[in-house]
Design a protein around this ligand. Sequence first.
Ligand code: BTN
Length: 257
Amino acid sequence: MKPNPETFRYPLVVLEETDSTNQYISQLCNDLKEDVAEFTTVAAEFQTSGKGQRGNSWEAEKGKNLLFSLVLYPTFLEAHHQFILSQIVSLAIKEELSRWSDDITIKWPNDIYWKEKKICGILIENDLTGHHIGRSIAGIGININQEAFHSDAPNPVSLKQISGKEHDRHEILSHILRRIEIYYKGLQLENFATYSAEINARYARSLFRRRGFHLYQDTGGQFLARLLRVESDGRFVLEDENGQEREYLFKEVQHIL
Ligand code: BTN
């Protein structure tokens, strides 16, 4: 994957292979401290130990996909607003992939889906400094040109499987970084209350299964419910068939596919 220096505006490290790009950039930041500029991105052709959410692994065929992590220093953001980082990264990816295909949605909290299948996973690791976010590493895995999946990931899909053609990984990477940057600058520069409400509304409109009753599972078992809203702190609010509101934090409820 070769960046075009004319159009690529972010410091980029491209590796043939690493354990995990999140791990690599976190180590780089620890070693070099603030010398690692915001939006520095580490992309790899292959990860030997790609990290997913909930301690899962992330598997992707060599040289076919986008596997990258970028670093931000959102010290202006209070820790209790950290969900907004997840929202802007998800929106940036959802909006870029929507240029290439219909039916792209965000599955709460931050998976990107095409129809009922997962095309992208996001792992955001925040370090707090007091009550603020000192550093945020956003790790993103997007299935781009992979044609078949052999791991036990339940329902993967790639852009090539959807569109039937190869895609330029570098172009997509560059566009996604630009979209994240635009949202991020908005967070920094605009009135936070107004801007974050706009982001939340946009996020709500982009959600997977945002209308109608669907099957979910919590510790009490499976149930049918409809989505009411996602609170700005990330809580997921459903209404079950009995009209009862049920509110969940990350990992407390699952969509049944
Ligand atoms: C998920 O479980 O859905 C999140 C997957 C995140 C995978 C990406 S690939 C690039 C970056 N490096 C990692 O080790 N993980 C993230």
